[in-house]
Structures are given as structure tokens and as C-alpha cells.
Ligand binder design. Structure first.
Ligand SMILES: N[C@@H](CCC(=O)N[C@@H](CS)C(=O)NCC(=O)O)C(=O)O
Length: 207
């Protein structure tokens, strides 16, 4: 059975949601970052890691989401079929991988971004991370004005991709989503989906 290795609330939540939306059988296995079990299949020791039933492995959240949407066209999660719709899906996938996810690293792991390990220096790195995230969330907030979902073609893998990062922002930004009502609305729309509720409950309880 196709298998997703995930950690609760991590970026692996995105392909977990996509798999639940698709509705085909899959297994989700909770793992620890950098554990021997995970390193045996992904030398980066990171989630998400996806294994097909013939043993083929795929890493990188954006690639897994793209693969799942193409493997299951019947689920219509790719955001549309024409050339520009596909380009928009790639654009937003890259935005979440390279701009938004990367902006959270100084908040998650400030010690990796400074050789000065004093409390002041670390706090300053976290604050710089807050500003980086705010810049990217400003872009998403403006894009979401008057829209239900991120892509024109309706609910997509890109909404799933946004969801864990929006949850991180709620938890980690000093003002949460106060300045981002359109992103809050997107979050609430995705969260209200029963499939998403199932995934959140599984991630909270399993393992
Ligand atoms: N570029 C990778 C990043 C994956 C990644 O860093 N995942 C985090 C969780 S959100 C992780 O597993 N971190 C643990 C680590 O890197 O040790 C992707 O987009 O899939």
C-alpha cells in the first residue's frame, strides 16, 4: 500500500491531507525526525517521505503533492489542466517550499542562523524569522483577497500545502493571523473539511 511517513503537524501534514482528499487506500506512519527508521528510507531523516507499493521512494513535499495530483487526476487536486494553470501550481508550490517554509527555519532553529549563542542573538534571529514569515504571508494575504482557494481551479494540493504553515503561523507569529484575515478564512475553510479533521485527529493520536 502507498505509505506516507509523517510527523504530527509537520509539513508532511500537506500530503497527508491530499491522500485523504484522494480517498484511495494508503498507510500513514508516524516517525521521529532523524530516527533510524526514517534514515533507512530517507538519508535526510526528514518528513514527508512517501513510499509506493513497489518500494519506490519520493521525498520533498512539493514533489509528493505534485505526484499525487497527477497519479489521481480524478480527484482534481492539480488546480487545472491548461499550461498556465499548471505553471501557477508550480509557482505556488515553490512559494511554499522556498519562501514560506524556509522563512520558518530561523524561528524553529535560531541557533543554526548565528554563531553567537547568546539569548539576545537567538531572540534577534527569531524576530528576523517573524519578519520573513510576515513578508511571505503579506503576499499570500493579498493574493487571497476575494478568493476561496489559492489556485483558480478550486481546492487543490496547494491549499493542503499552505495548511501546516498557516498553523505554524497561528502558533508562532506574535500576533497570530490577526493581520491576515484572508489567510485566516482559508485556514478555517480547510480546517472545516471533514477529511482534514480526520487527518488532524489521526496525527494527534496515532503512534
Ligand atoms: N525540503 C523538504 C523539507 C522537509 C523538512 O525539513 N521537513 C521537516 C518537517 S516540516 C523535517 O523533517 N525536519 C526534521 C529535520 O530536518 O531534521 C520538503 O519540502 O519536504
Amino acid at each position: 500500500m502507498p505509505t506516507l511517513y509523517y510527523a504530527a503537524g509537520a509539513c508532511s501534514l500537506a500530503p497527508h491531507i491530499a491522500l485523504e482528499w484522494i480517498g484511495a487506500p494508503y498507510e500513514a506512519i508516524k516517525v521521529q525526525y532523524g530516527s533510524e527508521k526514517l534514515l533507512a528510507i530517507n538519508p535526510a531523516g526528514a518528513v514527508p517521505t512517501f513510499r509506493e507499493d513497489d518500494g519506490w521512494l519520493l521525498t520533498q513535499a512539493g514533489a509528493i503533492l505534485d505526484y499525487l495530483s497527477h497519479k489521481h487526476p480524478e480527484a482534481a487536486l492539480g488546480g487545472g489542466e491548461d499550461l498556465r494553470a499548471k505553471a501557477e501550481a508550480h509557482r505556488w508550490s515553490a512559494f511554499f517550499t522556498s519562501d514560506v517554509h524556509a522563512a520558518f527555519w530561523p524561528i524553529f532553529l535560531p541557533d543554526r542562523y548565528t554563531t553567537d549563542k547568546s539569548e539576545n542573538a537567538l531572540r534577534s534571529v527569531v524576530e528576523a524569522g517573524h519578519r520573513l514569515v510576515a513578508k511571505q504571508f503579506g503576499i499570500l494575504e493579498r493574493h487571497m483577497s476575494g478568493r476561496e482557494f489559492i489556485l483558480d481551479g478550486g481546492r487543490s494540493i496547494i491549499d493542503a500545502y499552505s495548511f501546516p504553515m498557516i498553523r505554524w503561523a497561528i502558533k508562532l507569529l506574535p500576533g497570530g493571523l490577526t493581520d491576515y484575515p484572508n489567510i485566516q478564512a482559508l485556514h478555517d475553510r480547510v480546517k472545516a473539511d471533514p477529511a482534514v479533521a480526520r487527518v488532524l485527529s489521526q496525527e494527534a493520536s496515532n503512534g
